[in-house]
Design a protein around this ligand. Sequence first.
Ligand code: NAD
Length: 245
Amino acid sequence: MIKNIVILTGAGISAESGIPVFRSETGLWENHRIEDVCVPSALERDPATVENFYNTMRRNLHNVEPNPAHFAVARLQKEWKKGSVTLVTQNIDNLHERAGSENLYHMHGSLTEIYCPRCGTVFPCDRDVAPREDCPHCGAKGTVRPHIVFFEEIPYHMEEIEEALWSADLFLAVGTSGVVYPAAGFARIAASRGAVNVEFNLSASEQAGYFRKSVYGKAGTTLPKFVDSLLKDGDSFIESLPARS
Ligand code: NAD
């Protein structure tokens, strides 16, 4: 019987809102090479380029809106009464919060926060950030940086996420290519615990072998329908889904 649900979302859920996905085949993110904007050494070497990259994306949040897939996730979280619904997102945008999701882990950080690694203080942020700002809390010189997990760094909330995965009866992965670890390994963990895994994507992801069922198509169309049926018919709806094709 399905009680606890874990939903993992990736860049694909925000694609229909107009936020481009990460191009793993070219290694480009918003036309930038990962090694220029998303590794710790880039921040040391060229903080202006790194801050500008995140400033531009942060500003762009004002031009985008949550789409029906974000609202479907929030609805499932509010209306599912048989257990918990834990949302884990790899996205750094704020569209899940704006759609009404509350129980949410931003495992790769958030564009709307900055932090000081010296004292660990996290600050809400809705403005452009200059390179190497001083920390307003501890006064350390030039330490403030985006609250974003760079490649080579450890994602946030891993303990809570693994705990949720171990008690998951249903694991949904929405709009994620399954190439960025550790998130790419979550389907395997959930499957080993006996969860029913369902993938929502345009086509089979790198981790497709770990999904018992799949729903291919745009998440803004497929996810609201899925959530409607899950809330209405529960386990029998999940059983009725065709096996992964
Ligand atoms: P990804 O970009 O590697 O893959 C996106 C996946 O979504 C692809 O498999 C694609 O087929 C699928 N997809 C595209 N449009 C879709 C739609 N309408 N419906 C359903 N699926 C769709 O994304 P990832 O796996 O999240 O990894 C990328 C990394 O880059 C993450 O670590 C993330 O932090 C970062 N990123 C974040 C954002 C954001 O915050 N919105 C955007 C780009 C990249």
